[in-house]
Design a protein around this ligand. Sequence first.
Ligand code: 0O2
Length: 219
Amino acid sequence: LKTRFEPEEFEKLKKKLVRYECALDVVRTQLSNLNTYYNNFEAINPIEHIKHRLKSPESIAGKLKKKDLPVTADAADEHLSDIAGIRIICSYAKNIYEIVEIIKSQEAFTVVSEKDYLRNVKKTGYRSYHMIVEVNLGHLFSEQTCRVEIQLRTSAMDFWATLEHKVRYKYDGQIPEQLSGELQNCAEQIHALDERMYLIHKVVDMINQSEVDIEQIGY
Ligand code: 0O2
């Protein structure tokens, strides 16, 4: 049976979600401006695309239950940092660190925590860079703040994480060993491919810049 909010808590949550929607809009606008800047003023845009979502009440209730927390609007607000989420898909891992620095320099929000699962790969094989940013919603919302999670990954990492998430969901978090082992192998192979693709990209860059050809680079 799915965990749900009691009607009164559900109404409270719906009001709180308005804040998260506004915070999400603030962060999305900044990132969309960054995307526009790259498209117009730089030779290459390292951002492939940007996705966003507001966690559904059902999914918020499920996460609270999983964490053994009360299924209330206040508990969600206090303990969950990913009610509002944005995912930035980049071409290469190196781009992720460039974008992280730009995000840190934005004045519209403050970075309150970061997790580097590119350097500290999860046991599952999961790679991504996570940031939690805090947005001040201003006078209209009595200066209340709201957290938004930003996840940054490459297309290859996203491909893997999307499938792994689907498998995890199917098995309610307990993926059978055979599948989790195979997913870990895939994560490593996808990572190796990511690196090889980056190398090709760098070689072509070098060829373009110095007008040497492939034999001279010794590739
Ligand atoms: P969903 O449905 O994507 O929202 P938290 O679990 O957030 O309370 P924790 O453990 O500090 O706290 O979070 P973490 O691990 O930094 O980030 C959690 C989110 O990262 C997950 O959210 C996933 O989106 C993603 N993630 C983390 N580990 C994995 C993994 O092994 N595989 C995949 N596919 N995604 C992962 P949710 O709420 O679990 O899911």
